[in-house]
Design a protein around this ligand. Structure first.
Ligand SMILES: *[C@@H]1O[C@H](CO)[C@@H](O)[C@H](O)[C@H]1NC(C)=O
Ligand SMILES: *[C@@H]1O[C@H](CO)[C@@H](O)[C@H](O)[C@H]1NC(C)=O
Ligand SMILES: *[C@@H]1O[C@H](CO)[C@@H](O)[C@H](O)[C@H]1NC(C)=O
Ligand SMILES: *[C@@H]1O[C@H](CO)[C@@H](O)[C@H](O)[C@H]1NC(C)=O
Ligand SMILES: *[C@@H]1O[C@H](CO)[C@@H](O)[C@H](O)[C@H]1NC(C)=O
Ligand SMILES: *[C@@H]1O[C@H](CO)[C@@H](O)[C@H](O)[C@H]1NC(C)=O
Length: 405
């Protein structure tokens, strides 16, 4: 067990190390295409798309900005079919635009095909670092996991969109945690199910019993200790606010002699296969990194450790007080009747095929779609070389067998 004092000195040590690296100039003189560093609105405008920011207040006071692309490149007015896209852990709305660098992002593809596209964000990320009362620089702001995102952010966003569009329901696409929060909301607040016309989940996080990455499994086994350390050190934001990860990695990795090594490490983190990923995008990935809560990561760690998809584990005593039982309750996903399609892939080391298939069996109305390319990993749903044929087209075709009202 590490003492708070130790973590304090560790923090000081890491800080000095990072500062030292930041002070180095590793530049190899190659410059970065400025298009890779545009912010979300500039990037869309440059590619000929309209974009509107909308600030939403969740029912518990978080302020989150979401982005609407009301029509496509050559359209006018507002498209008729609302669709909400929700990103994964450590992601933002920008995730659905990565491929726009190659003029083929999922967001603009849908905007060009008659959809009113809404790109959501979650509390804590670049566009959700705000609260009516809580200070994002204090750890109280960060006391949430994806459970709270599913119960508060997602319904607030959906109600806002339905209000503005005058619709009764919408289409939904979720990547990774974007799937988890759908499961949370639809299972615990089943009255929300009628607000989804159809749901497409790409590598959704839920059951994680087959997770077998030795590094993450090692962390998962220690989830209780890691949580205690984080609370004692008063650090629940990941990475901590005193550490600017984008700045750090930009200095270390972009246009430097370290670039190839960085790219390799990055790819290894997501899976061994990299054939489907175009490395030119790398500076954009670094530039759009964002924060999440330590509890979001540790809630996944608990699910890996228990092999179940269930609520936050407070420890036996507090579980008894809060849930009336020793173990946290499972999310009752068998209550989910909304038509769901799960897209998943063989080389995904975050969302294992066996877990995806088992989840699909538990839902009332689910079809599964395994990506044909055996090299696809968790990340290729956002970044791949042939996404229109491989993903967007089949996904949209199936979606359109369900009508909105
Ligand atoms: C870093 O080095 C490159 C080329 O070696 C140079 O062009 C650049 O100005 C340097 N940057 C800083 C901040 O010193
Ligand atoms: C918009 O119109 C231009 C010019 O006709 C065309 O080149 C382009 O492909 C169109 N874009 C879309 C998404 O249809
Ligand atoms: C994307 O489209 C723009 C014009 O809208 C063009 O200048 C650019 O070269 C295209 N990028 C790619 C990678 O095809
Ligand atoms: C949080 O800290 C950063 C710098 O560390 C500062 O720029 C920002 O204004 C602070 N935010 C609030 C709400 O106090
Ligand atoms: C993890 O699972 C994958 C796919 O099921 C398998 O190919 C791999 O050998 C496993 N790795 C370990 C360390 O068990
Ligand atoms: C982190 O550094 C980048 C520049 O590398 C800057 O644009 C960004 O605003 C910084 N983020 C924070 C939270 O200070």
């Amino acid at each position: 067990m590490m003492s708070p004092l130790f973590s304090f000195w560790k923090k000081v040590f890491l800080f000095i190390l990072f500062e030292a690296i930041e002070a180095q100039n590793f530049s190899d003189g190659n410059s970065v295409d400025p298009d890779l560093l545009l912010d979300l609105e500039q990037f869309l405008q440059k590619h000929g798309y309209p974009v509107e920011p909308h600030e939403i207040m969740t029912d518990d006071g978080y302020l989150v900005t979401i982005f609407r692309i009301p029509h496509g490149q050559n359209g006018t007015g507002v498209n008729t079919k609302p669709i909400l896209m929700m990103h994964g852990l450590t992601g933002t709305a920008y995730n659905f635009l990565f491929n726009e660098y190659f003029n083929k992002s999922i967001a603009t593809y849908f905007a060009d095909h008659g959809y009113d596209v809404w790109l959501g964000n979650t509390r804590g990320n670049t566009y959700g670092r705000k609260h009516v009362k809580l200070d994002p620089n204090k750890s109280k702001f960060w006391k949430f996991s994806w459970h709270e995102i599913g119960l508060h952010d997602l319904p607030s966003i959906i109600d806002y969109i339905l209000e503005i569009t005058g619709r009764k329901n919408l289409y939904y696409i979720g990547h990774s945690q974007g799937g988890t929060i759908f499961y949370v909301l639809a299972s615990l607040k089943p009255e929300y199910q009628k607000k989804f016309a159809q749901v497409s989940l790409m590598a959704p996080g839920g059951l994680m019993g087959h997770f077998n990455n030795s590094f993450f499994n090692g962390l998962a086994k220690n989830h209780r200790r890691l949580y205690r350390i984080a609370v004692n050190a008063n650090f629940l934001e990941l990475p901590p606010s005193w550490f600017n990860l984008t700045n750090f990695l930009t200095n270390l990795c972009i246009g430097t002699i370290m670039e190839n090594t960085c790219k390799r490490i990055f790819i290894t983190m997501y899976g061994e296969h990299s054939g489907e990923y175009d490395e030119r995008i790398f500076p954009m990935l670094i530039n759009t990194l964002t924060s999440s809560s330590v509890m979001q990561a540790l809630h996944y760690a608990q699910n890996i450790d228990s092999g179940r998809f269930r609520q936050w584990d407070f420890g036996k005593k507090k579980n008894m007080e809060i849930y009336g039982q020793i173990e946290p309750p499972d999310y009752p996903v068998e209550k989910i009747e909304v038509p769901v399609a799960i897209y998943y892939s063989s080389s995904d080391i975050m969302a294992f095929p066996e877990d995806e298939e088992e989840m699909c069996r538990r839902l009332k109305n689910c079809i599964k779609y395994k990506m044909a390319n055996p090299n696809w990993n968790h990340f290729n749903f956002l970044l791949s070389k042939n996404p229109i044929q491989d993903l967007y087209k089949p996904l949209m075709e199936y979606m359109e067998t369900f009508e909105i009202s």
